[in-house]
Design a binder for this molecule. Sequence first.
Ligand code: PLP
Length: 359
Amino acid sequence: MARVYNFSAGPSMLPLEVLERAQKEMLDCNGSGQSVMEMSHRSKEYQAIIDEAEALLREIMAIPDNYKVMFLQGGASTQFSMVPLNLGNKNKKADYVITGQWAKKAHQEASRFIETNAIASSADKTFSYLPKVDKSMITPGADYVHITYNNTIYGTHYNTMPDFGDTDVVTDMSSCILSEEVDISKFGLIYAGAQKNMGPAGVTLVIAREDLIGNAAENTPIMLNYKTHSENGSMYNTPPTYGIYICKLVYEWIKNLGGISAMHEINVKKAKILYDFLDSSKMFRGTVVPEDRSLMNVPFVTDSDELNAKFIEESKKQGFVNLKGHRTVGGMRASIYNAMPVEGVEKLVAFMKDFEMNN
Ligand SMILES: *Cc1c(COP(=O)(O)O)cnc(C)c1O
């Protein structure tokens, strides 16, 4: 079996151990005589799976008791409207920091429901840095401020958390969830699509402080109200049962590895291998200012479109797939999420060195 090194931004690699475990349990999970896919979500077998998923997540992320965990559907993109409908109903205004396509989409969607202010943007330099933001920039009365913690397309990441004072911070952590330890209490609400760093597409994780739930606008659809899901243990309707099960296996994998701090150490090591090479190369260079670099998504370019195309073409033949950059940035992007082994990055860098020598 030849498995490739998949540098896709998402859906992306899953840990091999997780896939093998899922394979083993495919026809008979835990002596139930059924695949998890076949289980009623109301069965005690499935209840045990979702309960364990939540318990493991609370443990590895150190989620405080006054935060609710919800496993939802609709992707991170559905959160772009759920957040303003639920959290923006007090003063009907919120602030957004525009650091890329996803932040822009979150902002645009919120603008359909409440008054929004883009308090800062890095669009002037193709989102290659994070604009400095702090509490003095918050609009008086803003119900929350929204930031995209890791910008998947542009490869920026908040390496220091901005200080927004008492304003509730809502953050999109789709592409960095579980990659580093975070102090949950600094956030009002965290959301993340699973398909980058947590599991298969189809699950969206929401972690929300209790007091922010239950204040939705009157006409909020029941499925878009956090109260519906938090009161029903993510089981108001049929949840994405199999996806949540895979997430549980990923949480176990991280726990057995030594938890998120151990995971983070590996991520730092992996990213350093790639950034060190980019900083020393005469052909390749990273596109992001060093202080805002992401550990998860590493965009890079050469000075020639032909060389970029040739590199992507040749890397594919060597078993390094999905290295093409986002269409708005061009060049290349290596997404090196939790499941990418160190060896995958080492081999990629060895290949890049060869490519540089030969071209
Ligand atoms: C991928 C991504 C999204 C979109 O996620 P969907 O699950 O496809 O809706 C939103 N925000 C960020 C930061 C992402 O990386």
